[in-house]
Design a protein around this ligand. Structure first.
Ligand code: PEP
Length: 249
């Protein structure tokens, strides 16, 4: 089964109304491959979601950067999956390493969030990835397998999941994984899906790479057989995001 190239832009905790307007204008004016070739999803902070959705070209979609783990209620400061659905937000990023590392989200918590978000009708960009220490101690594959296992435990269908491999040491550091390093882990993740979920899911699930992707390194990464797109942080706030989208072809 063909896997459509996927490019996500994670704006993180950045932007003012005027900056957001500028980025959206750049996106809206860009000539990019058609929706049949590449799926583009940008993820502004919660407060700008509706604003961006209202301005953004119709062939691009929006994602939230997080959501609460279960039904909303007395959870001050949280945003529920139901609210995102109510606003017409189709996607959510879950398990980003900044949330795992800084906000101590465990594998199990991330798995529960993914399961709940899917149950409410959201599509999920689920992130996994090892730290530098884990890579250097040779445990990369075990770490990402444990992370994906916690997600698989809570998921009955993989149809609405894009899996993002984001090595922590590559995020925001300028130290991109080599195409061979990315391919190696993507291959292992697909193999894990094949062995633990099924051949069809393994063949159809998009596995995207994130970590210091930019306009200069995206093309080579995109040629790797198991790299089905990118999750982009810093460069998604710059015009070079367009070049990254174009690496789909
Ligand atoms: C990210 O935050 O998901 C990310 C990949 O960041 P950067 O591209 O800046 O490394």
């Amino acid at each position: 089964m063909g896997r459509k190239f996927f490019v996500g832009g994670n704006w993180k905790c950045n932007g003012t109304i005027s900056e957001v307007k500028k980025i959206v204008t750049i996106l809206n004016e860009a000539e990019v491959p058609s929706e049949d070739v590449v799926e583009v999803v940008v993820s502004p902070p919660f407060v700008f979601l509706s604003y961006v959705k209202s301005l953004l070209r119709s062939d691009f979609q929006v994602a939230a950067q997080n959501c609460w783990v279960r039904r909303g209620g007395a959870f001050t400061g949280e945003i529920s999956a139901e609210m995102l659905v109510n606003l017409g937000i189709p996607w959510v990023i879950i398990g980003h390493s900044e949330r795992r590392q800084i906000l101590n989200e465990s594998n199990e918590f991330v798995g529960e969030k993914v399961g709940y978000a899917l149950s409410q009708g959201l599509k999920v960009i689920a992130c996994v990835g090892e730290t530098l220490e884990q890579r250097e101690s040779g445990t990369t594959v075990t770490v990402v397998a444990t992370q994906i296992n916690a997600i698989a435990d809570k998921v009955s269908s993989w149809e609405n999941i894009v899996l993002a491999y984001e090595p922590v040491w590559a995020i925001g550091t300028g130290k991109v994984a080599t195409p061979a390093q990315a391919q190696e882990v993507h291959f292992e993740l697909r193999k894990w899906l094949q062995g633990n979920v099924g051949a069809e899911v393994a063949a159809s699930t998009r596995i995207i790479y994130g970590g210091s992707v930019n306009g200069a390194n995206c093309k080579e990464l995109s040629t790797q057989p198991d790299v089905d797109g990118f999750l982009v942080g810093g460069a998604s706030l710059k015009p070079e995001f367009i070049d990254i989208i174009k690496s789909a072809t």
